[in-house]
Each structure stands twice: as structure tokens, then as C-alpha cells.
Design a protein around this ligand. Structure first.
Ligand SMILES: Cc1ncc(C[n+]2csc(CCOP(=O)(O)OP(=O)(O)O)c2C)c(N)n1
Length: 383
């Protein structure tokens, strides 16, 4: 269930509607906004087409990965269906030097960072513990332990601060850090600790919560009595709620929060109000805990359809453009299928390779023991 109203924290008990930043309605109409319009005034026809392409291609990566899981090529997949706008909007607000600390569903952010989607598959195929080099795109590895990466992000942001990469006014130097997490993660101690540290150290970190309404089968109402973005005020930094299915609004609020961080003004909590359209992962069956009518309600707010409607309304794209994106999505899917099947199986000893920068003697001894054990089979076969 959606927590839309809140008891007045001042105590009056009055219900109040949370403010939602929205620049594009579900019908594809632009909503003027005195404050946020200036933050996206560079978004013309070419840019909106690029955002549309990001949304469609990241959805295609997702649907193809679900299909690969169904074919037995992946052990598991965490679908982003419905959350594309939150991820593309925030992902496209990043600068090259910014750092991202994701959970496990941030496939569209990975896309925006330039990670080849095929590299996301290794973890889910069980042949890799990561799949990409975080240093190449400043996109750190997926974190399965809920909320842990908010601490990593805060610590990293404190390092950025100590490096003096803040508030210099140099757009290529000043750096922001983003931690992505879900609504359920806000109940974790780690997330609350990260909020405290970020607040008291004024760390340049943006907490980007995709409130997709469900923590597996736990609804939001079991996690909180107040809208999540209001928590930030208790920790001493600003929070806001944005329409997470509106790519323009997500872009605008993220740009502002990231710039605040880069300017040395400290953390912000963004609550992107969205919905997980699919299952939690491919092992989950959401029909057991949520109503079809809820899904239908959110389907009408689809993040891609509203951009398409906006473009068609404003004559920003013709059928040839949409066909081209569709053709591109076909070849991307083909690339994923081929790359997935070609992912090499790791050698059993490689599990020891990335534990420490300098492996410890006990670890090396364990690796040798395992190798001797495995070699014994080869020797037996040879006899
Ligand atoms: C510390 C920890 N506790 C429990 C789990 C099991 N778990 C995996 S996903 C999940 C729900 C996460 O929900 P949310 O934070 O809303 O993110 P979403 O999956 O909805 O994007 C839980 C409890 C875990 N991975 N880590």
C-alpha cells in the first residue's frame, strides 16, 4: 500500500499530502514549475529523444535478462521494470567524476554510466562476483546486503571531502556520490547510520531511494508512518519526493541535489515515488501478496509511455525515430543473448582471487588445499 499521507510531525495529527515534484504528467503533458524548469532548460528535442532511447533500451536489457533467466541461462534476475525513469533521470544527472553505489536493481544507472549491460549478467549467472571494474565508470559493484552500500557511499563521500574535491567551482573536479537503495532499506540500521554520518560530516552524498512500494512482500506501510523523504529532516538535511516515473522531474531534482553535494552543501535524500511492476526477483511471485488492481493503477503511469506521448504531442519524433530505437533494442537484446552464453565459467580457485589485495598465508593455504583436492580427480581419471 502507498503511504501518501502523514501525521503532522508537529503533533496536531492533521493529515497532509506530501508534495510531489512532477514535470511530466502520465498523459505526457509538461507541468510548468517555477523552480525546477530552470534545471532542465537545456533539454530540447535531441535530449528528450536521448532520454527516451535510454528508457527503452534499459527496459529491453531488463526484459531480455528475464527471458535469459527463464531459459536457464541466469540463476536469478532483479527486474527494474517500472523504475526506468527514476534511474535514467538520476543517472543522466551525474558527471563523469561522480561515484555511484548501487543496490542490485540499478541496471539503467549502469547503462547511463556506460557499463556494457552484458557485464551485469555475470553476477546473475553465478560466474562472477561482480562483473565490471568499478574504477572504469565510477559505478561500484552491486550490493546484496540491504543498505550496506549507503555506508560505503558515505565513507567514500567523506574521502572526497578530505581530498578537497568539493566547492572549488571546477565542474570537472567537484564530486558527488550517490547511494541507491529501496524503501525497505530505510528500515536498516546501516541506512540510518549513513544518514547520521553524512549529516554531521556534511558529506557530498545524495541518498536516492527508489520507493517502489514493496520490500519483497512487505508493503511500505509496514516500514514507516511518515513519507520517507521527511525522515531526512530528522537527521538534519533536506529531503524531497519526486515522481519516480517522470524522467524529467528525476533529472531536475537529481541535478540540484548533486550540485548541492559538489558545492559542499551536504547530503540530500531524494525519494523517487515509483512502483516495481514486476516481481522482486525471478524467484518471487507477487500475485501472492499484491492486488492486480494496484499494478493496473501504476501501469497507467508508465515512465516510457508518458515520454512518448510528450514527444508525439510536441512533434519531437516521428515513427521512423521510434522504429530506429526499436531496431536498436533488437540488436542490443541479441548482443546480450550472445554475450551471456559466452561468459566463461570461472576456475574453482578464482574464488580466492579477490578477497584481499594481498592474500593472507591462511587463504593461500586454503587455495592450495582446494587445488590439490581438485587435482586428485584429474589424477584418478588419468589412471
Ligand atoms: C541485510 C539484509 N537483510 C535482508 C535481506 C533479504 N532481502 C533481500 S531484498 C530485500 C527487500 C529489499 O527491499 P527494498 O529495500 O525496498 O528494495 P527493492 O528490492 O524493493 O528494490 C530483503 C529483505 C538482505 N539481502 N540483506
Amino acid at each position: 500500500m502507498t503511504v501518501d499521507t502523514a501525521v503532522d510531525p508537529a503533533g496536531g495529527g492533521a493529515a497532509s499530502e506530501p508534495e510531489l515534484v512532477q514535470l511530466l504528467t502520465p498523459e505526457g503533458q509538461r507541468v510548468p514549475n517555477e523552480h525546477y524548469d530552470a534545471l532542465i532548460d537545456d533539454i530540447g528535442t535531441a535530449e528528450i529523444r536521448a532520454l527516451y532511447r535510454d528508457l527503452v533500451l534499459s527496459r529491453r536489457v531488463d526484459s531480455e535478462a528475464v527471458a535469459l533467466q527463464r531459459q536457464g541461462e541466469l540463476g536469478l534476475w532483479a527486474s527494474l521494470l517500472g523504475q526506468e525513469a527514476a534511474q535514467v533521470g538520476s543517472g543522466r544527472a551525474l558527471r563523469q567524476q561522480d561515484h555511484v553505489f548501487p543496490t542490485y536493481r540499478e541496471h539503467a544507472v549502469a547503462w547511463c554510466r556506460g557499463v556494457d549491460p552484458a557485464q551485469l549478467l555475470g553476477l546473475f549467472r553465478g560466474v562472477d562476483q561482480g562483473g565490471w571494474d568499478p574504477r572504469e565508470n565510477n559505478f561500484h559493484l552491486y550490493t546484496i546486503v540491504i543498505g550496506a552500500q549507503t555506508l560505503h557511499a558515505t565513507g567514500y563521500a567523506m574521502g572526497v571531502q578530505r581530498d578537497g574535491a568539493l566547492g572549488t567551482g571546477d565542474p570537472d573536479r567537484d564530486t558527488a556520490v550517490v547511494a541507491y537503495f529501496g524503501d525497505g532499506a530505510t528500515s536498516q540500521g546501516d541506512v540510518n547510520e549513513a544518514f547520521i554520518w553524512a549529516s554531521v560530516t556534511n558529506a557530498p552524498v545524495v541518498f536516492f531511494c527508489q520507493n517502489n512500494q514493496w520490500a519483497i512482500s512487505e508493503p511500505l506501510e509496514r516500514q514507516t508512518r511518515v513519507p520517507l523523504y521527511r525522515r531526512a529532516y530528522g537527521f538534519g538535511f533536506p529531503g524531497l519526493r519526486v515522481d519516480g516515473n517522470d524522467v524529467l522531474a528525476c533529472l531536475a531534482v537529481s541535478r540540484e541535489a548533486l550540485q548541492r553535494a559538489r558545492d559542499g552543501e551536504g547530503p540530500t535524500l531524494i525519494e523517487a515515488f515509483t512502483y516495481r511492476m514486476g516481481a522482486h526477483t525471478t524467484t518471487d511471485d507477487p500475485t501472492r501478496y499484491r492486488l492486480g488492481s494496484e499494478l493496473e493503477h501504476w501501469r497507467l503511469k508508465d515512465p516510457i509511455e508518458r515520454v512518448k506521448a510528450y514527444m508525439v504531442r510536441g512533434d519531437m519524433a516521428d515513427q521512423a525515430f521510434f522504429d530506429d530505437v526499436e531496431a536498436e533494442s533488437e540488436s542490443l537484446a541479441e548482443h546480450l543473448r550472445t554475450a551471456c552464453r559466452q561468459l566463461p565459467d570461472p576456475s574453482p580457485e578464482s574464488i580466492f582471487d579477490h578477497v584481499y589485495v594481498d592474500p593472507t598465508p591462511p587463504l593461500l593455504a586454503q587455495r592450495d588445499e582446494m587445488k590439490t583436492y581438485l587435482d586428485s580427480f584429474t589424477d584418478e581419471e588419468a589412471q
